[in-house]
Structure formats: structure tokens, C-alpha cells
Design a protein around this ligand. Sequence first.
Ligand SMILES: C[S@@+](CC[C@H](N)C(=O)[O-])C[C@H]1O[C@@H](n2cnc3c(N)ncnc32)[C@H](O)[C@@H]1O
Length: 242
Amino acid sequence: MSRAPCSGATPGSGRPRAGSPVFLTPDGSRSAHNERFGEAYGSRHGAATQARHVFVEGSGTHQHPAPRVLEIGFGLGVNFRATLADAARRGAALSYLAYEFDPAPAEVLCEVAQGGAGAGHPLWPELLRLWPGQAGAATDRVQVTHGDVTLTVQFEDVLGAGLPAGWATALYLDGFSPVRNPEVWTEAFVARLAGALAPGGVLTTYSAAGRVRRALQAAGLDVERRPGAPGKRECLRAVRPA
Ligand SMILES: C[S@@+](CC[C@H](N)C(=O)[O-])C[C@H]1O[C@@H](n2cnc3c(N)ncnc32)[C@H](O)[C@@H]1O
């Protein structure tokens, strides 16, 4: 029988457990190292700060009455929890669709979330209970709903996925760096992402690389540079004209 994903957690303890890929970041939030890409999932300068600044606020999701968020890729769920916490605080409905082709173990998601934004929302433990690797969990997708919040995570390569046309009020492009994972930053794929945005929808990313900016412009989006989260001078937001 598989253990509950958070059964080994030590609530309130500041340090990640020994031997875990999880590490603390300066704002008190946690992230983890990903072996496959040789990169951290979130900013080493403040994972929760990056999630809020670049993705939630950068896309205007914190002010949208009923955001529909598309995320590439779900990773450890840090961006999701930041969005969930914000929507719950405001009483806003939230639809969140994320793609993830290499789900991290539920124990890592649990450990990273300890004491963090959104981790106390009832939807979070429910997600971990249904996460791949747990007894009886599906491996193709998970969907959890609580009140007017719905999260769907599709466990597949987003490059081959049929994205919902004109749907997203916000798109979080967060698929590791253009150097380590160039496939999700190509002009062709970015054009597909632009097609998933609703008119007025906003794509946000922590990268400010020139070729990313040019790919966003080529996709017909209005691109703006904005101040980056700690450790980055700039990041990008790109709006689909209304
Ligand atoms: C930088 S991490 C995302 C961090 C995440 N947004 C969070 O808040 O924790 C990038 C994630 O994208 C996933 N990914 C990369 N390329 C992908 C692809 N082509 N299809 C689906 N997921 C992908 C990786 O497995 C990884 O979990």
C-alpha cells in the first residue's frame, strides 16, 4: 500500500529533510532541483516571490474576476498554489489547466508546499491524494474541484497536446529555461500558445531573452518588458490584442 504523500512531513520545521532535492529560498518558500534538466523548478532567489510577481500579478490574474489559467508546466505547483491562494482570498472562481510530462513525486510537492501559500486550501491535499504514484491514481490526468475552483493537470507532452483555442485569460509559460528546454520556446510552439489566449489574455514568463520576445511578437502579441523578480533584471508579459 502506498503511504499518504505528506505522512513523512514535519509541519513547522524550517529545514527540508536530509537527502531531499528540496531547498529553502530567501523569502522562506521552497523549491527543488530537477535532475533531468539540471535546473531548479523555481527561482533560487525566492520561489513564491517569483510565482506571485511574474505569473499571478504579471498576468493580472490577481485582479481578474474569474481567471482561466493555462500553465506549461505544472512542476511543483508553486505557481498554482500562489494563484489558488489569491483566488480564495478574493472569492474569485478559478479554472486552471496545466500540462506536465514528468510529474515529480507527491512527497516532493508536499515538502515544497509545507507552510506555503495555498497549501491549507482543501484542494491541495486532495490533489496530492490523486497524484501519480498514489494508490489508484490515474496517470493521464487529474482533476480536482472545490467550490468554484477547478484544477486539471494533463500528464502529457504539451508539444503534442490540443490546446483549448481562445480560452486562457492568463498563460504561465514556465517550462525550464530556453537553453535547457528550447522546444517550448520555439516560434511555432509560441504561436500555438498565443492561439490558446482569449482576446485580452496575457502570457507571462520569467525569461526576457531576445529570441523569446521575438517569438511572442511574431505570434501577434503585444510584448512588454517589466522588472523581474529578485535575481532577474526583467521579465516579459505579452498580451493578445482584444
Ligand atoms: C520550471 S518547472 C515549472 C515550475 C512550476 N510552474 C511550479 O510552479 O512549480 C518546468 C516544468 O515543465 C515541465 N515540462 C517541460 N517541458 C514540458 C513539455 N514539453 N510538456 C509538459 N511538461 C513539460 C517539466 O517537467 C517541469 O516540471
